[in-house]
Ligand binder design. Structure first.
Ligand SMILES: C[S@@+](CC[C@H](N)C(=O)[O-])C[C@H]1O[C@@H](n2cnc3c(N)ncnc32)[C@H](O)[C@@H]1O
Length: 191
């Protein structure tokens, strides 16, 4: 709900998401851009491992014309070049980071993708809730585990000390207390 509110309010032309998995969030965001009538809008998804059956489902989905898939490590130089090449001059750009949730990786993504976010749009760091869970309360039935200090909240907290372009949006984040990404919606306030 927060993501659709942000997309409606800020009307990005390009949404970049790291972490595609089965493409659910990409298709959801593409459908919002389509509903808003932005025919030139695009959701660019980056994933280190796009499984053939997932690619097939995404590429054959009615929303596929709004979607571009890029396979590779999200902060690899060649991937960054491909992502930048997809952004038309003057486009409004939003970024969602939802790939490897370790602190260092999310911080590297913040540093690589934060500068692509345009004024008025959002940098969303997903799954910041992990930073609020203790080792006892953290989710453990996962292929990869992240604990307090080595997770997205630690990364975005550090990133916000390195840049003055973003502010954690108090209104959106106030609605996210019971969610997976509290404190993760940062609005870009500077060109
Ligand atoms: C949480 S899932 C993404 C879920 C998706 N955003 C959604 O909501 O439908 C995380 C994805 O990140 C990908 N991933 C993990 N490490 C990565 C990396 N270094 N670069 C790019 N993608 C990565 C995984 O392959 C996995 O598909």
């Amino acid at each position: 709900m927060a993501t659709q509110e942000v997309i409606w309010n800020t009307k990005p032309d390009i949404i970049i998401e790291t972490g595609v998995a089965r493409g659910g969030s990409m298709i959801f965001m593409a459908s919002l851009l389509a509903a808003m009538g932005n025919d030139k809008a695009k959701v660019i998804g980056v994933d280190i491992d796009i499984r053939a059956h997932n690619r097939d489902s995404i590429e054959n989905h009615p929303m596929s014309k709004y979607i571009t898939l890029i396979e590779g490590g999200s902060v690899d130089d060649d991937v960054m070049e491909k992502v930048k090449a997809e952004i038309p001059a003057g486009a409004r750009v939003m970024v969602i980071l939802d790939s490897d949730h370790s602190r260092d990786h999310v911080l590297a993504e913040c540093r690589a993708y934060g500068p692509l976010v345009t004024e008025g749009c959002y940098l969303v760091v997903a799954d910041t809730v992990v930073g609020h869970l203790t080792e006892e309360t953290a989710l453990k039935k996962r292929s990869k585990l992240w604990f307090q200090g080595n997770e997205p909240l630690a990364a975005v907290t550090q990133y916000l000390t390195e840049t003055d372009r973003f502010t954690v949006d108090p209104v959106i984040n106030g609605k996210l207390v019971m969610s997976s990404s509290p404190g993760g919606y940062c609005v870009c306030t500077k060109a």
